[in-house]
Design a protein around this ligand. Structure first.
Ligand SMILES: [Zn+2]
Length: 385
């Protein structure tokens, strides 16, 4: 048994001073204040001193990092990528595809399913864990495709969704779709029945079309404001719904490039600490020098923190710890509120029961932070890195 302690703990709903977290077999057995009882005698104490322990971050939209792209198969690259996630406080992630030719998508889904199914055989490791696939494209709008290749966009059909589902062996956890496309409502209903978290994104939907998607089962929105019909005061479009529907969660890329800090503030005021989620949308160039990188089959030029293809933004090199610090800086939110947008909220959105919170029965996945939100250490399944 291992006991972790630090100056404080964010569960994240509560702040516990001088906490003691007892961990056994990779899971949390007990959480309490250090002085609230005797420590069991047979434990190894790990003391993080002045730091704060918070639930490890969860990224539900990430394409790669450390030179690795999740649609390409490379075991060493995957390990490097997952270690780089851990170094930024991420304990679990949802590898995200981009639109590609059908065959390339199907084989990427098969390979990602292999990766996910191989996790239990990895043993203790300091690598972030892939939990499910985020399918971004091909069911997206030509008008709001961003850099997704137009030739590979396809109208949504249950038949094509099922080909993806079978290739992924049921591991599709999140799907971004434009609800206004012909056939989208049926596919949203079908995917929702399959247990997929359907997210509205890369969309030119009107207010009514967005509402129809939500009625069909969509419950989240992908990189709000980016690749979305813009807000207009007489034609609010999908953003009118995303920003006012209290039951809809939504995510943003808070890198200071995709959204002006003022827009981040507007978003946070609208969605609040319960429904706002941080994603990175990071690509293989993350944690790498400037240069040319791949995003699926798309070549991206990275310079000064900006990823461009064809003059358009093509993902980011944002890391989750920086996204949390940016929320603190852009909106004046405290560490507790900001960190929650990267842990409890994405866990709830994706239906994770044992992650995103520090409580008995949860996995022992923590990020150890200083007061500025910088990562001192990450613990995955009780294993320190
Ligand atoms: Zn993306």
């Amino acid at each position: 048994m291992i006991a972790f302690t630090a100056q404080s703990l964010l569960t994240p709903n509560e702040r516990v001073a001088n906490p003691l977290i007892l961990v056994e077999g990779g899971g949390i057995a007990e959480v309490r204040a250090r002085n609230a009882g005797e420590s069991p005698s047979d434990v190894r104490m790990v003391d993080f001193g002045e730091a704060t322990i918070a639930p490890a971050y969860i990224d539900l939209h990430v394409h790669g990092g450390a030179g690795h792209d999740v649609m390409h198969t490379d075991g060493d690259g995957l390990a490097r990528f997952e270690r780089s996630l851990t170094s930024h406080g991420v304990g679990a992630y949802f590898p995200t595809t981009v639109t590609a030719p059908l065959d390339a998508t199907l084989s990427a889904l098969e390979n990602l399913a292999d990766t996910i199914e191989a996790v239990p055989s990895r043993g203790a490791s300091n690598r972030a864990i892939p939990l499910g696939i985020h399918l971004e494209g091909p069911f997206i709008s030509h008008a709001r495709r961003g850099v997704h290749p137009p030739a590979n966009l396809v109208p949504p059909t249950i038949a094509i969704f099922e080909r993806f589902w079978q290739a992924a062996r049921g591991h599709i956890a999140v799907m971004t779709i434009a609800p206004e496309l012909d056939g989208a409502v049926e596919v949203i209903e079908h995917a929702t029945r399959r247990g997929v978290c359907v997210s509205l994104g890369h969309t030119d939907a009107t207010l009514e079309e967005a509402r129809a998607g939500i009625s069909a089962g969509a419950r989240h929105a992908t990189h709000t404001f980016n690749a979305m019909r813009p807000l207009n005061h007489r034609e609010p479009g999908i953003l009118g719904e995303v920003l006012t529907n209290a039951r809809l969660s939504a995510d943003i890329i808070a890198d200071g490039i995709h959204l002006d800090p003022a827009i981040v503030q507007i978003f946070l005021k609208a969605k609040g600490k319960e429904e706002a989620v941080l994603i990175t949308d990071a690509i293989s160039a993350t944690d790498m020098p400037d240069g040319r990188y791949m995003l699926g089959g798309i070549e991206v030029e990275v310079k000064d923190g900006k990823c461009l293809a064809d003059g358009k933004l093509a993902g980011s090199v944002l890391t989750m710890d920086r996204a949390v610090r940016n929320v603190m800086q852009f909106a004046g939110w405290d560490l507790q509120q900001s960190a929650r947008l990267a842990s409890e909220n994405p866990a709830r959105v994706t239906g994770l029961k044992t992650r995103g919170r520090i409580e008995p029965g949860a996995r022992a996945d923590f990020v150890v932070l200083n007061a500025a939100g910088e990562v001192m250490r990450t613990v995955i399944g009780g294993h320190e890195s």
